[in-house]
Each structure stands twice: as C-alpha cells, then as structure tokens.
Design a protein around this ligand. Structure first.
Ligand SMILES: Nc1ncnc2c1ncn2[C@@H]1O[C@H](COP(=O)(O)OP(=O)(O)OP(=O)(O)O)[C@@H](O)[C@H]1O
Ligand SMILES: [Mg+2]
Length: 246
C-alpha cells in the first residue's frame, strides 16, 4: 500500500513569552491510501497544528511531512488534497452554486465539465434545492456542506477534514457521516479530526490519538478496540494512561 500521509519525527514550536510552546514533539505516523483515519485528542493536543503542517500553512521546526510521497513544502504535494477547515466560511454574498463554480474555475474547470461537477457535488451534499440561494441565508450545517463541496470539487484523492461535524446537530452530523462513507466507497483517503467519538467509530477504520503533542496510539481500530469496549472507553483509558506517563 502507498502512504497518503507520512509524518516523520515532526516537531512544531511556537514562540511564547520569550520562550516557546512545543505543540508537536517528534511525532511519527502514517495513513495508507484508502484508509479512513480519525485523528483524535483533547483540546490543544496538536491536531490542527499537524493538519496545518500537512497543508503547508505552517513550517515544521524539525522533521518532515509527506503527502503521496511528496514533501509538503513542495506545492505539488497539495494538488491532490481537499481540505475543510476547523471553522469553515466562504463568501456569503454568493449562492451555493456560484461558490462551487468559482472554486471549480480556480482548478481550471470550464463549460460542461464544470457544470456537471458542480451538479454532482450539490446532489451528493443534498444541496440541490438550496443551490441558487445566497449562502447568507444558509444554516450552519448548509454552510458546512457547501464548504465541504468546495474542498471536493477538484476530485481530490486525500480529504483532510478538521472537525467536520463540529457544532452540527444530530442530523447535520449524520449527513457528514454519510458523505464520508460515500467518499470512502469511492476509494478516497480521509483523515479527519473529531471530538465526536461514537460517530468517528462508525466511519473510521484507523485511529491516531494525540495528547500534549505526542502520538499515543496509531493503528487499525479493529486491532486496538477489544470486543465489548467502545472508542469512547478506549480513548479515555488511553488519554489517562498518557497523562500518567507525561
Ligand atoms: N499560533 C500559535 N501560537 C502559539 N501557540 C499556538 C499557536 N497555534 C497553536 N498553538 C498551541 O499549540 C497547541 C496545539 O494547538 P492545536 O490548535 O493544534 O490543538 P487541537 O488539537 O487542534 O485542539 P482543538 O481540539 O481545541 O481544536 C496548543 O497548546 C495551542 O495553544
Ligand atoms: Mg483544532
């Protein structure tokens, strides 16, 4: 199997009050192509920092990150990624259809190809009936779905979602879960952070758990979680053990 994500000995330090905060401390993990990997950890553990390094927004202090074998510092590494930010937002004066069309044009799509891609994404997100309304009239869940659509318009092979279900109601969360399931069935690699453990458990096949900038677990969910245990129990146990050894 090829590695969609490979993180090797990665550290990130932020300057702070004359010293520094070590947000990531020599972390290592990888995600194989076709996996759906949940990236879990308490608030401030380092999930968004890791994702920002993968996207080239932040430079590593030490170590490196690769996407499909390319160092993330090269722009070519980002061509096959779709990304949904932790607090997604877009131009609210556009309609949903316009937002998707503009994003498609940024990737060089025109004419019928653009139109059919936009229609396919709208249908997948269940947004066809709201497509011609201004985004300013959308609910939070609809905004989340349109931003997810923007991240999918270039048909990316690796989809990175930073808390895709954050702040959504149960129906909104279920919609996102279904979309992740559909993307998985299309053979995409999905790497998503989440605090919704019961939901993460239903869609992921792999787990990476981070705590205080250290990876504490990484592996296949069916090997890590014993029969009778669930992800929530496993997560609490793992985080408590990590805190004792911290
Ligand atoms: N620009 C920055 N300057 C200083 N410290 C930062 C900066 N960005 C993040 N940090 C620190 O790095 C650590 C990791 O933050 P990060 O946002 O990656 O956590 P997270 O796991 O995404 O948390 P959450 O679940 O709350 O989103 C935290 O201690 C945070 O305060
Ligand atoms: Mg975060």
């Amino acid at each position: 199997m090829n590695k969609a994500i490979e993180i090797v000995d990665l550290s990130v330090k932020f300057p702070s009050r004359g010293g520094f905060v070590e947000a990531l401390s020599h972390i290592n993990f990888s995600v194989e192509t076709g996996q759906v990997c949940a990236f879990l950890g308490p608030n401030g553990a380092g999930k968004t920092t890791t994702i920002h390094v993968l996207l080239g927004f932040l430079a590593a202090t030490e170590g490196m990150a690769k996407i499909f074998g390319e160092d993330v510092r090269k722009s070519i590494a980002r061509q096959r990624i779709g990304y949904l930010a932790e607090h997604p937002d877009t131009y609210r004066f556009l309609t949903g259809r316009e937002a998707l069309s503009i994003t498609g044009r940024l990737f060089g799509m025109t004419g019928r190809t653009l139109q059919s891609n936009v229609n396919a994404i709208l249908a997948m997100l269940d947004m066809t009936s709201a497509a011609n309304r201004k985004i300013s009239t959308y609910s939070r869940g609809m905004m989340q779905r349109i931003c997810l659509g923007q991240s999918l318009i270039n048909n990316p092979d690796l989809i990175i979602l930073d808390e895709p279900t954050g702040g959504l109601d149960p129906i909104g969360r279920m919609n996102i879960r279904k979309i992740i399931g559909r993307l998985r069935d299309e053979g995409k690699t999905i790497f998503f952070s989440s605090h919704e453990l019961s939901e993460a458990e239903t869609v992921c096949d792999h787990l990476v758990i981070i705590s205080s900038g250290n990876i504490v677990v990484s592996g296949a969910i069916n090997k890590l979680i014993k029969p009778g245990e669930n992800l929530e129990k496993y997560f609490m146990k793992t985080i408590q053990t990590a805190a004792i050894h911290d």
